[in-house]
Design a protein around this ligand. Structure first.
Ligand SMILES: [Zn+2]
Length: 445
């Protein structure tokens, strides 16, 4: 017989195993019922929400708020950042357990402070386990994680029995290993050769750098079965590089510490399913209307189980493309791609915007370039920040500029700037492309 903790996890997992097959109509109805509880709780115990709704001309009653949902004001990331504990409930239901504080470092390094409860932690673990089960992992395998968390010391790997609380409550799991992503890449690769993981989890930028290093040095990871990514955009370059170098697929998860899991990669496709049991996730166009499949818009999330600091129509700052219903049969809505933040968008002189990519395969044969970051400094100008073994020759510079112009599809003026290092954000994340001209009308980074 499982103990109470395991029984609770299995019961929740059993519900998730059923709700994933619900029709969109059933999911919607269940979400509305849960959302009504969140709104009632917010109206009763969080004056800041009541004030915002009143200022927007909304009635402070639950059915009316649900009916006028499109008029409920969005909560911008920058508002949440400066809000401190404004959006905390003054009366968290005791059954939700003790509070836990999460601090997230945004891309500009200013942290967001959020609070969760035992219930939000339970849902975090339940979705973690759902992801393992969806991807049919061998839970007895060796699992290695290379993460940015400050609790990990660069260069000092840690070893543990079991994969962690999400799995270990219910399953006997293999050994797990953790290393700071602030460790230099050659040391990471040497550590992985010792650890010999079946599964490797890290940030996309770190995984790409690792895979390229392994390819250059002929380093093999013979036991590796799958790469897992999170925390940054998992684009084509990540998937292609991992497949080419290690012969494995990438499984990505879309999550944020202040929200929880928002979407997981479908077991059968590269697109994502929204975790509708935990969040209401909207993708909105510039007019505030829901995007149709194929359209790209702002991601707006509402947490459904956080009664300590519920986030209601929180504009997290990411953009995503809505997908068509999935052939796998799950009713959970589909996100085709997560595209990153507004400040990672290229703006063309005619006003069009796009998410640029300039994968390493297009430039790593030109010169010994170790690291690259592109910054749009003006509508017609791109600055390429480079970490190099030596400066590029005039001919290499021309080749680099012309390939970049061809890739971006516009003859931008390309300026090279050599740097010792390209620092990551305070949260340990890396941005390939930063725009200094993307209009402030977007999400704000
Ligand atoms: Zn699917």
């Amino acid at each position: 017989m499982p103990d109470a903790n395991a029984a609770g996890m299995l019961a929740l997992q059993q519900q998730l195993a059923q709700s994933q097959w619900w029709s969109p109509e059933t999911l919607y109805a269940q979400q509305q019922a849960q959302l009504a509880q969140v709104l009632t709780h917010a109206l009763d115990t969080i004056p800041a929400y009541a004030q915002r709704f009143r200022a927007a001309g909304l009635a402070l009653r639950t059915p009316a708020l649900l009916e006028a949902w499109q008029a409920v004001p969005l909560l911008a990331r920058r508002e949440l950042r400066s809000a401190g504990e404004t959006f905390m409930s003054r009366k968290v239901p005791p059954a939700h357990g003790s509070l836990s504080k999460v601090q997230t470092s945004g891309s500009t390094g200013t942290p967001i402070t959020a609070y969760g409860t035992k219930v939000t932690a339970l849902f975090w673990r339940a979705f973690t386990l759902r992801e393992h089960l969806w991807q049919r992992r061998d839970l007895g395998g060796r699992f290695a994680a290379i993460r940015p968390e400050g609790t990990l010391q660069p260069g000092r790997g840690q070893r543990a029995v079991g994969w962690g609380p999400a799995t270990d409550a219910v399953y006997a799991t293999g050994e797990s290993f953790a290393l700071s992503s602030r460790t230099d890449i050659p040391t990471q690769a040497a550590w992985l050769q010792e650890v010999r993981p079946d599964y490797l989890l890290s940030l996309p930028s770190n995984l790409i750098a690792l895979a390229r290093h392994c390819r250059e040095r002929g380093i093999a990871l013979p036991n590796l079965r799958e790469v897992r990514s999170y925390g940054e955009v998992a684009g084509d370059e990540l998937r292609q590089t991992c497949r080419a170098v290690w012969g494995v697929a990438v499984k990505d998860a879309y999550s944020a510490q202040e929200v929880g899991y928002m979407a997981l990669q479908c077991p059968e496709h590269e697109h994502y399913h929204v975790m509708s049991e935990g969040v209401l996730l909207e993708v909105l166009d510039t007019a505030g209307h829901a995007c149709a499949p194929g359209e790209i818009g702002r991601v707006v999330v509402t947490t459904l189980h956080n009664f300590a600091m519920p986030l209601i129509r929180y504009e997290i700052g990411d953009y995503a493309e809505v997908g068509a219903p999935c052939a796998c049969g799950r009713g959970l809505p589909v996100i085709a791609r997560v595209l990153g933040r507004h400040r990672n968008m290229l703006t063309f002189p005619d006003g069009r915007q796009a998410y640029p990519s300039f994968p390493a395969e297009l430039w790593d044969d030109i010169a010994p370039i170790r690291q690259l970051q592109l910054v749009q400094t003006a509508l017609t100008q791109i600055m390429a920040r480079l970490v190099v073994a030596r400066p590029l020759t005039a001919q290499e510079t021309d080749t680099f500029a012309s390939r970049l112009q061809a890739r971006l599809g516009y003859p931008f003026v390309i300026e090279l700037r050599y740097q010792e290092d390209i620092p990551r954000s305070a949260g340990g994340k890396y941005e390939d492309f930063i725009s200094e001209v993307a209009s402030a009308g977007g999400a704000g980074a």
